[in-house]
Write a new protein. Structure first.
Length: 419
């Protein structure tokens, strides 16, 4: 019997390549590939504890609230060492081994920071071969993920956060884009991702002279949405929301509201954006983003102001919006088309992280390390409550049917037990 080794070798190589492609699921930025916290195909466990459904648990050096980002077999996060004076990048393997702990910036004099914040809260953005870390006023840097070499870094894009850094960067074509909504300056900036040089900077156009400096800051991460066939950068800020052409930074529209220090990232349903306007008295506005110039009340389809989130972002699925209030632990579900209440109930706890959802379940992670898993739909139903040893301030990531949770002390990989 003749064996054709070249054909067998080619077949094995093809199978290996396909398997590699299947396994290489990525979570490249804050709230995932589509910036909405959804992974509808994921098969995640709904129950776990320190001894059940934990694939691995790895100690994380320093302190940071940045969420994990994933590309191929690497997981990257930011952290702050020496009580914030040394800012580092961490890289773990998908098996939980710490591969790199890279010093990026040393800061002699730190600004004040909110007790609930850290000096390494913005989530990195990652793509093939490169990861980008932003620490607000303290610096921004790019790292080659294959060699762990720092490609470029900058510390000259400064602002006074007053509460510490919060907004995360995003990638668009050849640009790295981030918010600079501070106590003192308010603008959005894009850097050439290969060199770190400034591509464009756009100052916020709303007149903020009538409000105090504290009411000029915000911590939202922008999102790019297709509207009328064009890319639109939707960018909530203090006292209003803006939209820009992400290629040039040119303003397309803006709308005013009374609110500041907002954190939640907007979500979208076609030409409708759901924006949280304020931290102290948060409201959800459903804004038609297909217009231009100065938008007004006629562009706002509805507003909702009961137990809205100040920090956690929204989940939108099948025409329903889900969210949880920071301090009260009240979870809500409202309709996306009218803002009508579907259900509201208390799950307990206090929250800073943004939830994630699969096709069937939504995961709310509180500050003590408890995750409440609820069924998605028009009926309030708690499936489980799952506790880890320490608190959680970073939003989770999902890849290859695994849930990655960063607590105050460890990075966890959680998955269905194969037993």
């Amino acid at each position: 019997m003749q064996i054709r080794l070249p054909h067998i070798a080619l077949s094995l190589l093809l199978v290996a390549s396909i398997t590699s492609l299947i396994a290489a699921e990525n979570w490249p930025r804050f709230r995932g590939p589509n910036a909405n916290g959804l992974h509808l195909a994921a098969d995640l466990p709904t129950t776990w504890n320190e001894s059940e459904n934990i694939v691995w648990k790895s100690k994380t050096p320093g302190k940071g609230h940045s969420s994990p980002v994933i590309w191929d077999d690497q997981i990257w996060m930011a952290t702050a060492m020496s009580e914030g004076h040394d800012l580092h990048a961490l890289c773990f393997s998908r098996k939980g081994k710490l591969l790199h702990n890279i010093a990026l910036f040393h800061i002699d004099k730190l600004e004040a920071s909110n007790a609930l914040n850290s000096f390494a809260s913005p989530t990195p953005a990652i793509e093939e071969g490169m990861v980008y870390l932003y620490f607000g006023t303290y610096g921004v840097a790019a790292i080659d993920t294959k060699t762990a070499d720092v490609v470029w870094r900058r510390q000259d894009i400064n602002l006074n956060h007053q509460e510490g850094p919060g907004s995360s960067p995003i990638l668009f074509k050849n640009l790295l884009i981030f918010h600079c909504d501070g106590y003192d300056v308010q603008h959005i900036t894009a850097l050439d991702k290969s060199s770190g040089k400034t591509a464009w900077t756009t100052t916020r156009s709303l007149d903020l002279s009538g409000v105090g400096n504290h009411a000029r800051k915000a911590f939202v991460t922008p999102v790019i949405q297709k509207v009328n066939g064009k890319d639109l950068l939707v960018s909530p800020a203090a006292q209003g929301c803006y939209a820009y052409d992400p290629n040039t930074g040119d303003e397309v529209w803006r709308i005013s509201y009374s609110g500041f220090s907002a954190v939640p990232q907007p979500v979208f349903n076609g030409n409708m954006a759901y924006v949280v306007t304020d931290f102290g008295r948060p409201e959800i506005w459903a804004i038609d983003i297909s217009g231009s110039g100065v938008l007004t009340e006629k562009d706002v389809k509805w507003k909702y102001n009961v137990t809205c989130p100040s920090t956690p972002s929204l989940i939108l699925k099948d025409g329903l919006l889900y969210f949880v209030a920071d301090k009260t632990g009240v979870a809500s579900c409202i309709t996306a088309d009218t803002g009508e209440l579907v259900w509201r109930d208390r799950i307990g706890g206090s929250f800073s992280t943004s939830p994630v959802a699969t096709n069937d379940h939504i995961y709310f992670l509180d500050r003590t390390g408890v995750t409440s898993v609820l069924e998605l739909g028009r009926e309030f139903k708690v499936v489980s409550r799952n506790r880890l040893e320490s608190g959680c301030m970073a939003s989770p990531a999902i890849a290859d049917n695994q849930l990655f949770i960063r607590t105050a002390t460890h990075l966890y990989c959680i998955s269905q037990s194969k037993d």
